[in-house]
Design a protein around this ligand. Structure first.
Ligand code: SAM
Length: 413
């Protein structure tokens, strides 16, 4: 137990660096203190909120020496809302910090020193095409950082304007209809069309809800399409993709285009490719235009249904989809002479069984797309038994948050 630092007491400290979530780190009485919204080199007065075995958590009471990279957050909810983390830092510094973060994680976990490019987002606001709002009686918004307290918001400025237009209407609806029963709302925009999915609604106000929101293209209640289209269509690199409520689709379209083009640049006409964790088959379908054959593997049934739709929609005939967990099906690929394995797993990364199977299959290249540099580095550390990390590029998919999207090329030794 830490003895010298005490809860609720105020200390002065200099921020020595950022952690992986890009909070500031100060050392007080030899104890590491994580301080939200503090920036490297700032001198701050900190109140200690919680003490753990090897570290403490504090919050800024006063900034004594301000970083030159500190800016006034553009969003009025920023310091309360848990949606964004970095609006108090100048955008070019955000990019620099995220680049350093990826480099230091690779060094720490894999002992790999590699230079990387960090590609910015064209839009730093209004870029998100999908948002999930929490609802509680007449409040709608996001949870406060690290709590379940709902912050009532009337605009989310990193989200598409169409999402904010809907938020206004839903806000009015829940204020008037107190007993509505809704606890969660997903709003998604594809090609300027809007889909709304709610988890529940009381029958007495259901028709009223549909009536107030009937400008949108699709409404789902409890996974049932009760108004308009069953799926939306998103155009990307001249291909069309159908997207339904449960399907994964990247949240920042401009950055996604750049990222997918990087993936495509690693592929040749004669390649037989497997796309692991293929979602709605976006990467799979794009690759089909550049490769000999592509097989996608994805566990979510609705996403595979969308993916199969997508290959028809785009007139593609060299693609196959398997609906199952990657770890259940990967071994059947051994005899297929796979040239490239592409993998784009969820934040938790891949699993040991899948990584061992990949080492056994020995494709010439692995293209690893990741939204979590820590699990990416953990998996590369296993793959490096046979593969060399040739190139890594980071993309600012999630502007104003600490999250980073990476594309890596690994080559068989
Ligand atoms: C980050 S998304 C990638 C989607 C796709 N590559 C894209 O760019 O749209 C990860 C996908 O992995 C799927 N998934 C998660 N665990 C899985 C598993 N064990 N086996 C197969 N798919 C899985 C999720 O349903 C999700 O669609």
């Amino acid at each position: 137990m830490v003895k010298s630092v005490q809860v609720n007491k105020i200390y002065k400290t200099k921020i020595i660096r950022q952690n992986n979530e890009l909070s500031g780190i100060g050392i007080i009485d030899d104890i590491i203190v994580f301080i939200d919204y503090a920036i490297k080199d700032e001198v701050v007065k900190v109140k200690i909120n919680k003490i753990f075995k090897n570290y403490a958590i504090g919050s800024i009471v006063e900034i004594i020496e301000k970083s030159k990279d500190r800016v006034e957050p553009i969003c009025p909810y920023f310091f309360k809302c848990g949606g964004c983390d970095l609006m108090h830092i100048d955008y070019s510094k955000q990019l620099e910090l995220k680049k350093e973060k990826v480099k230091s994680i690779l060094k720490k976990i894999c002992n790999i020193d590699i230079s990387l490019d960090y590609i910015n987002s064209y839009n730093t606001l209004n870029y998100r095409n999908k948002v999930v709002f929490k609802v509680d009686k007449n409040k709608i918004g996001f949870y406060e950082k690290k709590t379940n307290d709902l912050i009532d918001i009337d605009k989310c400025i990193i989200s598409n304007n169409k999402i904010n237009e809907c938020l206004m209407k839903i806000r009015n609806f829940i204020k008037i209809n107190n007993n509505h029963g809704i606890t969660e709302i997903l709003i998604r925009v594809c090609n300027n069309e809007v889909m709304i999915c709610i988890d529940n609604i009381n029958n007495s106000v259901k028709n009223n809800f549909i009536d107030q929101l009937k400008d949108v293209s699709s409404i789902y209640i409890n996974n049932k399409n009760i108004y308009g289209k069953a799926f939306l269509t998103q155009t990307l690199n001249e291909l069309n993709f159908s997207v339904s409520p449960k399907s994964f689709f990247q949240v920042n379209i401009d950055v996604t285009k750049n990222l997918y083009n990087k993936v495509l640049s690693y592929v040749n006409k004669s390649d037989v490719i497997v796309d692991l964790y293929s979602g709605t088959g976006t990467i799979t379908t794009m690759l089909s235009k550049k490769a000999k054959k592509v097989i996608g593997i994805e566990v979510v049934k609705d996403a595979v249904k969308d993916a199969k739709n997508n290959i028809i929609l785009n007139n593609v005939n060299n693609v196959e989809f398997i609906c199952d967990k990657v770890q259940n099906k990967i071994d059947i690929l051994k005899n297929l002479n796979i040239d490239i394995i592409i993998m784009d797993p969820p934040r938790s990364g891949s699993d040991r069984k899948t990584l061992n199977s990949i080492l056994n299959i020995e494709p010439k290249k692995i293209i690893y797309v990741s939204c979590n540099p820590v699990t990416l580095a953990r998996d590369i550390n296993i793959l490096k038994e046979k593969y060399m990390l040739k190139e890594i590029n980071a993309y600012d998919m999630f502007v104003n948050t600490y999250h980073v999207e990476c594309v890596c090329l690994l080559q068989l030794n």
